[in-house]
Design a protein around this ligand. Structure first.
Ligand code: PXP
Length: 251
């Protein structure tokens, strides 16, 4: 059985926020993703609001009819917003000020009480809770103990080991193989705990296949590489349209 794909559209909002302009609309992007076969839409409401804004969550909740997954840090503010917006899933992620992107998984094993309290509040609000964690048995056990219904295994280390020289030389290939093994074992363990298993971060058209072959993984959250591809595949058409508009003006 194939896994579901949630498209993370944070970086559509990144382009919009670069100009504080109305376009590109994240709602329109979500509908295009759904139309193209995405099984769900994922967005990350960051504490610094660098891309997705609170209002986007409310708009997406109205227009997304497939599945809406909202990533957020375990803070009072975010839990309040999640219980108000009521997405189909809340993914708890670590967040550090100034980071370029999420750096690794949530350390649920070191902060069991804090994570459990956050999960409890979300579940009391009737929400489905996923924890974004490293593929580490301690974190899987902690996610289970915290009452999460799903884990999302962080594929960042695997993804990095598939880039450039690291992918070509034996050291990098061994790293990728070791990390894939860790992901496979983590997926099996999480499924044994009765957790749903998702995966994501840094996945690309080149490196997704081997992770997608892991039977226990039933959901992927993929963003940057899909939006990157969209910019390039759409660029020629966008130039043709603008060229035509200018040409037509003096026709
Ligand atoms: N999953 C989680 C928890 C994330 O934080 C991110 C990045 O926002 C992704 C998946 C998607 O990662 P990428 O944009 O590299 O595909």
């Amino acid at each position: 059985m194939t896994a579901r794909l949630n498209v993370n559209i944070d970086h559509v909002a990144t382009v919009r926020q670069a100009r504080r302009a109305p376009e590109p609309s994240v709602a329109a992007a979500a509908l295009i993703c759904e139309e193209a076969g995405a099984d769900g839409i994922t967005v990350h409401l960051r504490g610094d609001r660098r891309h997705v804004q609170d209002e986007d969550l409310y708009t997406l909740r109205r227009v997304v009819t497939s599945y809406l997954n909202v990533e957020m840090a375990v803070t009072d503010e975010m839990i309040r917003i999640a219980t108000d917006v009521r997405p189909d899933a809340v993914s708890l992620v670590p967040e550090t000020a100034g980071e370029v992107t999420t750096e690794g998984g949530l350390d649920a094993a070191s902060n069991p009480d804090g994570v459990r309290a956050g999960v409890d509040r979300l579940r009391e609000g009737g929400l489905f809770v996923s924890l974004f964690i490293d593929p580490d048995p301690r974190q899987i056990e902690a996610a289970h103990n915290a009452g999460a219904q799903q884990v999302e295994l962080c594929t960042a280390v695997y993804a990095e080991s598939t880039l450039g020289a690291r992918a070509v030389h034996s050291e990098g290939r061994a790293r990728a193989a070791a990390e894939l093994k860790r992901l496979r074992e983590a997926a099996v363990l999480a499924a044994q705990y009765g957790l749903h298993v998702a995966a994501g971060h840094g996945l690309t058209y080149r490196n997704v296949t081997e992770v997608a072959a892991i039977p226990e993984i039933t959901e992927f959250n993929i963003g940057h590489n899909v939006v990157s591809r969209a910019v390039l595949t759409g660029l020629a058409e966008a130039v043709r349209e603008m060229r035509a508009r200018i040409r037509e003006a003096k026709a």
